[in-house]
Design a protein around this ligand. Structure first.
Ligand code: FES
Length: 441
């Protein structure tokens, strides 16, 4: 049906440009939810969000309200947040503990943590002779077709077929290895609660921005300069520069030319990595103590490997952006063709000294939170991009920068080291989009 309303979808995307309707057409958005978000592996949450049996956390996959719940067997289940009786949402709040079982607040049907029906009031007398019997699977809360957990990060797919999680992640799984390996115990735990932000723009605009190395020294220049002025003032007074100011001032001191020296690695399924770690390995006592703890846990060689992993962002298409060296991620939940929710989470490295957590928290607050000027500048760009694309001022979005210079190797497009500002990641994301959106057999 939808495909009939959006004929010749292939004409919307060319290798170096995309038609604006891809960002603004409500029918295309519906098709994206059906063919991409409600089929591929989507990040639900971290297992430490539901530490005890009965703990649940509500989330969204595509257009579907879902919940992640820890069972008595310790397993994390992902269920549709819907009662099979008359369709009421089972959990109306963000999180909580279901106790021994879920109880629907409408007519008191109860369900085990794996979604199986537990009891219906007066079931024998009320349902005798009907098709609503205990062994009817429709009596259970529906489960996500597939759930997998990689190093504590829980993903679900609503499609029974398709690649497994590790095959889907491919080399982008380094996001989770890097974030966990930086912990002396090899594990992270979520810091409860996240920032939630609704952007008035299409979901793909946010994802494209994550590996857009051309914009930071332009869009964030004024914030970087203001931070640099304060930083210099503090240095004059105290002789020291606080690390947190550097997180902001770097936006003015790292020029476009320097960003261009970084590199992007573009993988199958639309995943991409931007290299160019911001140099957060100072020689202050806190960092040296952390390095000592890490060396004790892993040995000198492995410690060096861990601390020199060269990642700025890992984008896991179509719904996750991970900044592993600073233990944070942003999950993307599309709400409509021009509305996108992002959840911004950060993590503690288990066994690492407290100041290392405080550093991640500073970055979380200063760069990624809704209240920072960095985010405000990005949000304005996203809104302006969506407004411009909704106009008749032009039909195409250009991804031509460094087009024709992408070197493909083992299914991966690696930009040359001096082409960090290439639009190869956007081309790679749209290539995956086209493959996902192609009509099935
Ligand atoms: Fe849930 Fe009736 S809708 S018990």
């Amino acid at each position: 049906m939808l495909h009939e309303r959006v004929p010749n979808l292939a004409k919307f995307v060319e290798p170096d440009r995309v038609r604006r309707e891809v960002y603004t057409d409500a029918a295309i958005f519906e098709m994206e939810m059906e063919r991409i978000h409600e089929r591929v592996w989507i990040y639900c949450g971290h297992e430490t969000q539901v530490p005890k049996a009965g703990d649940y956390y509500t989330t969204q996959i595509g257009r579907q309200p879902m919940l992640m719940v820890r069972g008595k067997d310790g397993k994390v289940n992902v269920l549709y947040n819907r009662c099979p009786h008359r369709g009421s949402m089972m959990c109306g709040d963000r999180s909580g503990n279901a106790g021994e079982f879920f109880r629907c607040s409408y007519h008191s049907w109860t369900f085990h943590h794996d979604g199986k029906l537990r009891a219906i009031p007066m079931m024998e007398s009320g349902y005798a002779g009907t098709r609503w019997t205990r062994d009817n699977p429709d009596c259970n809360m529906k489960r996500a077709a597939r759930v997998e957990n990689y190093r504590g990060f829980v993903f679900a797919s609503l499609a029974a077929d398709g690649p497994g999680l590790l095959e889907f992640l491919g080399r982008s799984k380094i996001a989770f290895d890097d974030i966990c390996d930086r912990s002396p115990e090899g594990e992270v735990e979520v810091v409860p609660n996240c920032f939630r932000m609704i952007q008035h723009s299409n979901w793909k605009i946010f994802l494209e921005n994550q590996l857009d190395a051309l914009h930071p020294s332009v869009t964030h220049q004024s914030t970087g300069r203001a931070a640099r002025d304060v930083e210099l003032e503090i240095e004059k007074r105290t002789g020291k520069i606080p690390l947190s100011y550097h997180m902001l001032s770097a936006f003015s001191t790292v020029t476009i030319e320097k960003w261009d020296n970084f590199q992007t690695l573009n993988y199958p399924y639309g995943h991409c990595i931007l290299t160019g770690y911001m140099g957060l390995r100072p020689k202050d006592p806190d960092t040296l103590e952390y390095e000592r703890v890490l060396e004790k846990a892993y040995g000198e060689k492995r410690k060096e490997e861990i601390l020199t992993t060269n990642i700025h962002h890992v984008l896991i298409y179509p719904g996750l952006s991970v900044q592993s060296p600073l233990q944070q991620l942003r999950a993307v939940r599309p709400l409509g063709v021009n509305r996108t929710l992002t959840e911004i989470w950060h993590f503690r490295l288990k066994g690492a000294p407290e100041p290392i957590y405080r550093r991640a928290l500073a970055y979380y607050n200063l760069v990624n939170s809704p209240s920072t000027m960095i985010n405000a500048d990005d949000l304005e760009n996203f809104w302006k991009a969506h407004q411009g694309l909704s106009s008749d001022g032009g039909d195409w979005v250009s991804f031509h920068r460094h087009y024709g210079r992408d070197a493909e190797k083992d299914g991966m497009v690696e930009t040359a080291p001096n082409c960090g500002t290439s639009e190869a990641p956007m081309r790679n994301q749209m290539k995956a989009w086209t493959q996902y959106m192609a009509p099935g057999e």
